[in-house]
Design a protein around this ligand. Structure first.
Ligand SMILES: Nc1nc2c(ncn2[C@@H]2O[C@H](COP(=O)(O)OP(=O)(O)OP(=O)(O)O)[C@@H](O)[C@H]2O)c(=O)[nH]1
Length: 311
């Protein structure tokens, strides 16, 4: 596995790695500072691709805080499928009283990738080295407060939902009992429905999709928001390697689906739903951004029929 850290968006544009070509897939991670984003990414990628700020000295951590949006690309092999996975980290989100500038930066980053595609599509001669950096999934980390969504969570997901596939995730799920976690999941989904927040909810078509897809998507939809536990520690338990967090009273296992939904989320992201979220990004989200943008700029199709109103 090879990791390459891209330059910050703010300090000079996304670095385009000419991937030796695995399937390109991009995940953005957003959540409050300290919500467990870096640990999650390192757990997902099974390697320390992001430096955790609590492992840095205060000076370096402060410098990192000012770097808002950082893509890192990792070459992975998922059961024989070559993946060029870019993880876009957004440290420091939610640290300020007014989070609107942070929302705007994230939205700008996502739309900037659409701009690049549009300008590429309009070229007569395409650049063969061009890389599609569109964000396919945004994992939004909800703090395990037990109180439902905060205003900031609602605003953020409502703003970003029309532009990117948002999946809400409850981080640090080990800080809740199973009953608390279930009640919290229910509250979060009630808020999502009440505030009409557009998320990626494993869509299916009862008439067109096969039974297996419907069953799988129904099950995954029922898990929303996914609960995750992150850890970079491993122990040997009954002869097998176990990624876990250790406590005086026992351990919680990252990959044990009785303890959290991490393994199901990972499988869905890097395997079962990878093509679906890529298709939705291109066919629905990018298309709707493109239509809005071109209409705002006053473009209209040459072959559009002119409507002549009599009289
Ligand atoms: N209990 C528990 N603690 C966790 C979990 N994941 C991460 N942590 C701890 O939470 C602290 C912050 O984790 P990070 O991964 O650095 O959080 P972050 O969101 O990347 O933080 P910023 O980079 O400041 O935005 C660390 O001490 C982690 O060990 C988890 O699943 N459960």
């Amino acid at each position: 596995m090879v990791a390459s850290s891209g330059a910050s968006f703010k300090s000079g544009g996304v670095r385009r790695k000419a991937a030796k070509k695995g399937l390109i897939f991009t995940i953005m991670i957003v959540g409050s500072s300290g919500s467990g984003k870096s640990t999650f990414v390192n757990t997902l990628c099974e390697s320390p691709v992001i430096l955790r700020k609590d492992h840095l000295d205060a000076e370096k951590a402060a410098v990192l805080k000012t770097v808002n949006i950082t893509p890192t690309t990792i070459e992975m092999d998922e059961d024989g499928l070559k993946l060029s996975l870019t993880v876009v980290d957004t440290p420091g989100f939610g640290d300020n009283i007014n989070n609107e500038p942070a929302f705007a930066d994230i939205l700008e980053y996502i739309e900037h990738q659409y701009e690049e595609i549009l300008s590429q599509e309009s070229r007569i001669k395409r650049n063969p080295r061009f890389q599609d950096n569109r964000v396919h999934i945004l994992l939004y980390f909800v703090q395990p407060t037990g109180h439902g969504l905060r205003e900031m969570d609602i605003e953020f997901m409502r703003t970003l939902g029309p532009r990117v596939n948002v999946i809400p995730v409850i981080s640090k799920a080990d800080s809740m009992t199973p009953q608390e976690l279930n009640a919290f999941k229910k509250k979060v989904m009630e808020d999502i429905s009440h505030y009409k927040i557009p998320i990626y909810d494993f869509p299916y078509d009862e008439d067109e999709d096969d039974e297996e897809t419907i069953e799988e998507n129904t099950e995954l939809r029922g898990l929303l928001p996914f609960s995750v536990i992150g850890s970079e520690d491993e122990i040997i338990l009954n002869g097998r390697r176990v990624r876990c967090r250790q406590y005086p009273w026992g351990i919680v296992e990252v990959d044990n689906s009785k303890h959290c939904d991490f393994s199901k989320l990972r499988y869905m992201l890097l395997s079962s739903h990878l093509h679906d979220v890529k298709d939705i990004t291109h066919d629905v989200l990018y298309e709707s951004w493109r239509t809005e943008k071109l209409s705002k700029e006053g473009h209209h199709d040459d072959d559009e029929e002119e409507v002549i109103i009599d009289g």
